[in-house]
Write a new protein. Structure first.
Length: 398
C-alpha cells in the first residue's frame, strides 16, 4: 500500500514484472471537486508482458470507505506486449459523504483484475490511497490551483450584509450607494472596492496565522459567515472574503498567491486574463501599471488603526516588485475560472450571518476619492472623434 506522501501515479507489478496495472488518481478529493466534476481517475491501463495473450478480463474498482460507486470494465483481450489504456474513466462519487466530512479521512481505492469465467482468481490487484477532505478544506495550488475560485462564495449571507455596510460608506461620502459594478467606469469600480474595504474594517477582524506552506498543502478555510461569526481570519480567509464581496458587487476579482501568503485584487474594467491561472508576475505588473488592475494587501484590514485602501494597494504592489520576484507563485482569475464552469462551493447549513457593523466615523479610514484612471472605452467617444494624442494613449493601453 502506498505511503501517505506517495505520488499520484501508482502501479503494481509481479516480481517477474510481466503483468501490470497502472492507475493515476487525484491524491486529495473534496466536495468542491465533486460539484465541479473534477475527474477522480485520470489514467487506467493494463500492461501484459507475459508470453500469452489474456482474454475475457474484468477490471473492478471499489473503495473503503466507499466514496465511489464500484465499477467494472470489460476487456476482450490484452495481447502479448500490449498495453491497453481504458478511455471511459468516469467514476460516480458519493457527494453526500463528501459533504458530511468534518475532518480528513483516508480511503483506499482497490483495483482487481480477474478472468470473467474465474472471478475468484485475482490476476493482479492494486491499491491507491486517496485523502478525502472536509467540505471547507482547500487542497492548495499544488492540485488544480484554479479550484481556489470554488471557495469564493458570493452568495454567502454575510456578503450581503458587508455590501449593505459598503453602501452606507458610499452614502456618507456623498456617493451613490448603488452596487453597480462596472456600469460607471473604472473610478466607480475603485470606489466600490474602497467602500467594501471600509465595511470589512468595521468588522474589527483579528488576523490568524495560516499553517506553514498552506499555499501548496492547503488548509481549512473560513467562509464569509464563519469569518463574521468568529472574527478570526487568515490571509487566505480574507482574500476569499474580499473576492466574494467584489464578485457579488459585479466586479472581477483575482487571488494572488506568494510563498506563505495570499492577497486579493480586481479588474477596474470588465476584463479577465486569457487563462484561469496566471504564473507570470509580469502580466500582473503590466496591468497594474496601465491602471487596469489593482491589488491590495487584505490583511491590513486587521491593523489598528486601520490602514487606508490606497495604503493597502501600495503594499500589494511592493510585494510583486522585481526584488520580490522569487516570492510569487501564481494568481487565480475568478472571472475566468467561472467561465470555465468552476462554480462556488454550495453553502452548508449555517446560521444567519450577523449584519456587518456600521463603520464608526472616528475609527474608519477616511473614504478616498479614486485616483486618475483610464476611462473605459465603452463609456467614451469613438476613436475617430478623439484627439490624436488620446487615440495613441488608447492604443498603448490596449
Amino acid at each position: 500500500m502506498p505511503s501517505e506522501g506517495e505520488a499520484t501515479d501508482a502501479s503494481a507489478q509481479e516480481k517477474e514484472g510481466r503483468l501490470e496495472l497502472q492507475a493515476a488518481l487525484v491524491p486529495r478529493l473534496n466536495l468542491a471537486d465533486f460539484q465541479n466534476a473534477v475527474p477522480a481517475l485520470r489514467e487506467l491501463a493494463v500492461s501484459n508482458s507475459t508470453d500469452a495473450a489474456l482474454h475475457d478480463l474484468d477490471l473492478t474498482v471499489s473503495s473503503a470507505p466507499a466514496f465511489l460507486k464500484p465499477r467494472t470494465w470489460h476487456l476482450d483481450a490484452v495481447g502479448v506486449g500490449q498495453t491497453v489504456h481504458l478511455k471511459d474513466l468516469d467514476l460516480q462519487l458519493d457527494g453526500a459523504l463528501l459533504s458530511r466530512l468534518t475532518e480528513s479521512e483516508k480511503s483506499t481505492v482497490g483495483f482487481r483484475l480477474t478472468r470473467r469465467k474465474q472471478p475468484e482468481v485475482e490476476l493482479r490487484t492494486l491499491e491507491v490511497v486517496v485523502e478525502l477532505l472536509p467540505r471547507n478544506h482547500w487542497a492548495g495550488i499544488g492540485q488544480m490551483p484554479e479550484m481556489a475560485a470554488a471557495f469564493v462564495q458570493p452568495n454567502d449571507p454575510a456578503v450581503e450584509h458587508i455590501l449593505k455596510a459598503a453602501a452606507s460608506v458610499l452614502h456618507r461620502a456623498g456617493k451613490s450607494g448603488a452596487i453597480d459594478g462596472y456600469k460607471h467606469g473604472a473610478k466607480r469600480a475603485w470606489e466600490l472596492a474602497s467602500a467594501v474595504w471600509g465595511a470589512v474594517v468595521a468588522m474589527r477582524l483579528v488576523y490568524s496565522l495560516p499553517p506553514a506552506s498552506f499555499e501548496h498543502t492547503g488548509q481549512k478555510v473560513r467562509g464569509p459567515s464563519q469569518v463574521a461569526e468568529s472574527g478570526l481570519a487568515t490571509c487566505m480567509d480574507l482574500a476569499l472574503l474580499f473576492a466574494a464581496c467584489l464578485e457579488q458587487a459585479h466586479l472581477n476579482p483575482l487571488i494572488v498567491f506568494l510563498k506563505g501568503h495570499a492577497f486579493v485584487g480586481l479588474w477596474l474594467r470588465p476584463e479577465e486574463f486569457s487563462t484561469s491561472v496566471v504564473d507570470d508576475v509580469t502580466a500582473l505588473r503590466k496591468r497594474v501599471k496601465l491602471k487596469e488592475l489593482i491589488l491590495f494587501e487584505s490583511t491590513l484590514v486587521t491593523h489598528r488603526p486601520a490602514a487606508s485602501f490606497s495604503q493597502a494597494c501600495e503594499n500589494a504592489i511592493k510585494q510583486i516588485a522585481e526584488e520580490h520576484q522569487d516570492a510569487f507563485e501564481l494568481a487565480v482569475d475568478v472571472r475566468r475560472a467561472r467561465m470555465t464552469r468552476i462554480k462556488p462551493l454550495a453553502s452548508a447549513e449555517v446560521p444567519v450571518a450577523k449584519p456587518a457593523a456600521e463603520v464608526p466615523e472616528d475609527t474608519a479610514p477616511a473614504f478616498e476619492e479614486a485616483p486618475e484612471l483610464p476611462e473605459d472605452d465603452s463609456l467614451v467617444v469613438p476613436s475617430a472623434q478623439l484627439d490624436p494624442k488620446d487615440r495613441l494613449a488608447r492604443w498603448q493601453r490596449k
